[in-house]
Design a protein around this ligand. Structure first.
Ligand SMILES: N[C@@H](CCC(=O)N[C@@H](CS)C(=O)NCC(=O)O)C(=O)O
Length: 231
């Protein structure tokens, strides 16, 4: 594992194993940014990277190292960060709104992202047909978006569950970016999600993570990890 960087206050700098194209990593990067936490971003560039396998035997990003604590999987990382660093709460106090945040995050993390990750989409291209890659991804994202559009209808304000940025937004923003920019999903049936996407694109914290991501896109070596063939 890479040697820890020690900050002026004696604490070790948080390390995030990440990938510029990874929507799961972007959820965590948004949380770290909102909570004002400094961190070292370690970009993983190859499948089976031994450094990554040491912190996440699944070999997926993101994985976070905070002192002696190692957490992988964005959901676990976000809940860990929320308890350890309560500034800029990621969950509202109100139990119903909190449950809406849990549901929105779960829909994205369990019922959308795993079905549109590039490994699976490329596998569909190989075993079925390259022409099936886009329809496959669009179908599964669309199915989740139908549910999200209904779920959030009575709760959305400026953001997904009110006028503050919460957990649901951290899941939605990168997923919307994938849907619209990578998978060219027709968003006509999802006016609320489209409105939220516009808000995210106009919100400085989201803009900053997006800009960093785009900057890292220019590092072509990063593409071996998530094979970004044309979907
Ligand atoms: N449930 C995990 C999913 C992690 C995941 O699928 N990460 C993707 C990037 S978003 C990845 O590492 N892909 C590389 C691979 O599948 O080999 C999480 O939320 O962190």
């Amino acid at each position: 594992m890479k040697q820890a960087v020690v900050m002026e206050d004696g604490n070790q700098l948080i390390k995030l194993y990440s990938h510029p194209m990874s929507s799961c990593s972007r959820r965590v990067r948004l949380a770290l940014h909102l909570k004002g936490l400094k961190y070292e971003c370690i970009n993983i560039t190859s499948v089976g990277d031994p450094e990554l396998l040491k912190v996440n035997p699944m070999g997926y990003v993101p994985a976070l190292v905070d002192g002696t604590t190692i957490v992988s999987d964005s959901y676990a990382i976000l809940l860990y960060l929320e308890e350890k660093y309560p500034q800029h709460a990621l969950l509202p106090q109100d139990l119903v709104r909190k449950s809406i945040n849990y549901q929105a995050a779960s829909i994205v993390s369990s019922s959308i992202q795993p079905l549109q990750n590039m490994v699976l989409v490329n596998y569909i291209g190989e075993i079925v047909s390259p022409d099936e890659k886009l329809p496959w991804a669009q179908y599964h994202i669309g199915k989740g978006f139908v549910a999200l559009e209904i779920l959030l209808a009575n709760y959305a304000g400026k953001y997904a569950t009110g006028d503050e940025i919460y957990l649901a937004d951290l899941y939605l923003a990168p997923q919307l970016d994938n849907a619209i920019n990578r998978f060219k999903l027709d968003m006509t049936a999802f006016p609320l999600l489209l409105k939220l996407n516009k808000t995210y694109n106009e919100t400085p914290s989201f803009q900053q993570i997006l800009a960093e991501t785009q900057q890292q896109h220019t590092d072509k070596s990063a593409f071996d990890f998530i094979k970004l063939q044309e979907a």
